[in-house]
Design a protein around this ligand. Structure first.
Ligand SMILES: [Zn+2]
Length: 140
């Protein structure tokens, strides 16, 4: 655990302080975000910068040890990997759309569908917080 925490400053800076799944900003939530293994250690994931992401507790706890989930058609899809594209936010936009009017995140891809469902990215608490952060101009 200490080893993961050693990467915290770099992981937070790289993510711009945002959950790399649901976009919530750590500084505006009042909770400490998790440094998560994108590929969980139980699946052989290493504690290396390329396998770490900043995740809010809601996304990380919902994701658990999964690396895939079902899309709307019931097919297994890999979950979103924030490290797949050099800029996680660019990669994020390949799989998701943020509706700035209502705060909802919708999918652009089967991976987006599976990830939104598995991580419950639009659950009531995160949606409420995301709306507030959008209204405050914190989520660009
Ligand atoms: Zn999140």
């Amino acid at each position: 655990m200490a080893r993961v925490e050693a990467y915290r400053l770099i992981v937070v800076a790289r993510a711009g302080g945002a959950c790399e799944y649901c976009r919530l900003l750590e500084a505006a939530t009042g909770v400490t975000f998790h440094i998560e293994h994108i590929v969980p250690q139980m699946h052989g994931g290493k504690t290396l910068l390329d396998n770490l992401a900043l995740s809010c507790p809601g996304c990380n706890l919902a994701k658990g040890d999964r690396v895939s989930a079902k899309d709307r058609r019931g097919r297994d899809q890999p979950l979103f990997n924030p490290r797949a594209v050099q800029s996680w936010l660019l990669g994020w936009h390949l799989h998701f759309i943020l509706d700035r009017e209502n705060g909802l995140i919708s999918a652009r891809s089967p991976t987006g569908e599976a990830t939104i469902g598995a991580l419950r990215m639009n659950d009531a608490n995160r949606l409420f917080a995301r709306r507030l952060q959008i209204q405050a101009g914190l989520i660009a």
